[in-house]
Design a protein around this ligand. Structure first.
Ligand code: PGU
Length: 404
């Protein structure tokens, strides 16, 4: 018999989003006519835009010709795309060969965890995207579950609550090797200011920690004073790497494309460059992002593609505005800064899974329970603005009916 990986056995529950789906399907079994609207998982619904679709089509067709065919490409991604990402999205703040193109931010998180291994301590925002903790638990980071403090020994939770404006109290933070930080945050939607990120970077520098900055929602930032990338912060190159994605901003959730930027100055304690190990991991367990998709991405970064990306972002932001307005009218306290596709709604005194069940059973609307992102998410649920406009409007109407 084969021994089960004991780290997997340590996970506290199933992965959040399949669990939500399971509960939704259970309701459908009992009530097959229920017209359920999902504002749960952040899954895009708007069709790909014309200029980008055309580029993907042409790339696929060219593979059917002798001249246009290509097989495996560079594991790190096409040079032209790495250059264009560095120029267009980072305005030259990073070098093209520090950009590693991938099949998505989630997959890169997993490979980063593989690279850093099990002998690290980590800090995560609480609440946070569940992959940071679950992936770390799987790789064996945790040590043991410590019943008295209700957490794994090697994981520090940085509380991000309404009391601290959803930014952790850095001064009282314990040192860890890695610090996962997501801005705009999933699930709270809050974007860290330049000063806040500077404080985080200085903290990491003083402690010789590495920040894993998740910028998956950076394109949703419309306030020009807010940083879209951690590389906008002075002195960051020795302390941070950044993971990002085209999933949400241009609807590539199913098409798949992300990237990770690892600056050459980032080093391990023995002086070795992190970028060399990241390259080694990339070449060993990844064979490059789809060549069709990478060509599509070259088009995304053209003037026309960037314009279409903005239209896609604007569409979801209008959805977010409608949800926020509806919640305000219902008298539900919620947080939305206008710079993210998630609205973080507060239901004082109620368990977040109970709010989830109430909204599902009574209004047939799926949301994401806040506790799925960490214990500080209790009493909250997350509304996702990714959805068809008519369904967003209908969901808000139904909730108004049920919550008033
Ligand atoms: N990083 C953050 C912060 C995310 O919220 C998500 C997706 C990703 C990365 C994944 O990016 P990809 O490039 O598509 O791999 N979060 C969604 C989807 C759920 C999931 O399990 O990824 C969400 O609803 O939170």
């Amino acid at each position: 018999m084969v021994l089960r990986n004991k780290n997997i056995a340590k996970l506290q529950a199933g992965y959040l989003f399949p669990e939500i789906n399971r509960r939704k399907n259970k309701l459908l079994e009992e009530n097959p006519d229920a017209k359920i609207i999902s504002l749960g998982i952040g899954n895009t619904t708007k069709p790909l835009t014309p200029y980008i679709t055309k580029a993907l089509k042409e790339a696929a067709e060219s593979l059917g010709t002798a001249e246009g065919y290509s097989g495996y490409g560079d594991e790190q991604g096409m040079t032209a795309l790495r250059e264009k990402i560095a120029e267009q999205l980072y305005k030259g703040l990073v070098d093209a060969n520090e950009v590693f193109v991938s099949d998505g931010g989630k997959c890169d998180c997993g490979r980063l965890q593989l690279m850093f291994g099990s002998k690290v301590t980590i800090a995560v925002q609480d609440p946070a995207y569940p992959v940071y903790v679950d992936g770390s638990v799987i790789i064996g980071v945790t040590g043991d579950y410590n019943e008295s403090i209700k957490r794994f020994d090697n994981i520090v939770y940085m509380k991000c609550t309404a009391e601290n404006n959803f930014f952790p109290d850095i001064k009282s933070l314990e040192r860890t090797d890695l610090i996962y930080f997501c801005s705009p945050n999933n699930p709270t939607g809050v974007v860290a200011t330049r000063d806040q990120l500077k404080e985080l970077v200085d903290f990491a520098k003083a402690n010789k920690s590495i920040i894993i900055f998740d910028a998956a929602y950076s394109e949703f930032i419309s306030d020009p004073n807010l940083p879209r990338s951690i590389f906008e912060i002075e002195g960051v190159r020795e302390v941070a790497l950044e993971v990002s994605s085209f999933s949400k901003s241009i609807g590539f959730t199913g098409v798949r494309l992300g990237w990770t930027v690892v600056p050459k100055e980032l080093r391990f304690d023995n002086g070795e460059q992190v970028i060399n190990d990241w390259n080694r991991i990339t070449c060993t367990v990844f064979n490059g992002a789809s060549n069709i998709v990478q060509k599509g991405c070259l088009a995304v970064l053209d003037k026309e593609g960037l314009k279409e990306m903005q239209e896609t972002v604007d569409f979801y932001m209008e959805n977010a505005r409608l949800i926020k307005k509806g919640l305000d009218e219902m008298g539900v306290k919620s947080y939305w800064t206008g710079n993210s596709p998630y609205i973080w709604a507060y239901f004082p005194g109620e368990k977040s899974w109970d709010v989830f069940s109430r909204l599902l059973n009574e209004a047939h609307v799926v949301v994401t329970p806040g506790s799925g992102f960490g214990s500080a998410g209790e009493e909250y649920v997350r509304f996702s603005a990714f959805g068809h406009r008519n369904l967003i409007i209908e969901a808000v109407e139904r909730l108004k009916e049920k919550l008033k």
